[in-house]
Write a protein that binds this ligand. Structure first.
Ligand code: ZN
Length: 164
């Protein structure tokens, strides 16, 4: 496994639409392994393939219980709303309040090529939405309601929030 370089805002890769995965190849499996390791190393909550320069519809999300690998993920149901803090490994040192559904159900393929569904709420729902947005070239800052001031960030850091 390897720790991959995370590209930052301004890199054109982050603005492209990613292609679906049509076949689980050894290269895709290695990418999933490397993305998991990169996410862990960065201490993030989620990571999408374009953030490591790969234009494929792949993301990994740490739900707190496990790291979920999402291939060709889609939100198939959403419910409620939330306005909470989000950050991004590709937009360092910026945190903002976003408007997201409180709960989502995601359908994706796993590394065996099987379809599965997973539900998330709160932070995990935000993270699913955030990572799937990356696959269509969107950053959380595109629709942010409010960017946190340095004072608000300092307060947040005391509470120990993770980056998506
Ligand atoms: Zn992000």
């Amino acid at each position: 496994m390897a720790i991959l370089n995370i590209v930052k805002e301004g890199d054109p890769t982050l603005r492209k639409t990613c292609r679906p995965v049509t076949e689980i190849t050894p290269r895709i499996l290695r990418l999933l392994d490397d993305m998991r390791e990169t996410l862990e190393d960065a201490n993030g909550a989620g990571l999408a393939a374009p953030q490591v320069g790969i234009l494929r519809r792949i993301a990994v999300v740490d739900t707190g219980d496990e790291v979920v690998e999402l291939i060709n993920p889609e939100i198939v149901e959403s419910e409620g709303e939330q306005e909470e803090v989000e950050g991004c490994l590709s937009v360092p040192d910026v945190w903002g309040i976003t408007h997201r559904p409180e709960k989502v159900k995601v359908r994706a393929m796993n590394r065996e090529g099987e379809l599965f569904e997973i539900e998330g709420e709160g932070l995990v729902a935000r993270c699913f939405c955030h990572e799937i947005d990356h696959l269509d070239g969107h950053l959380f800052t595109d629709n942010v309601l409010h960017i946190l001031t340095p004072e608000e960030v300092a307060e947040l850091m005391e509470d120990g929030e993770e980056e998506d």
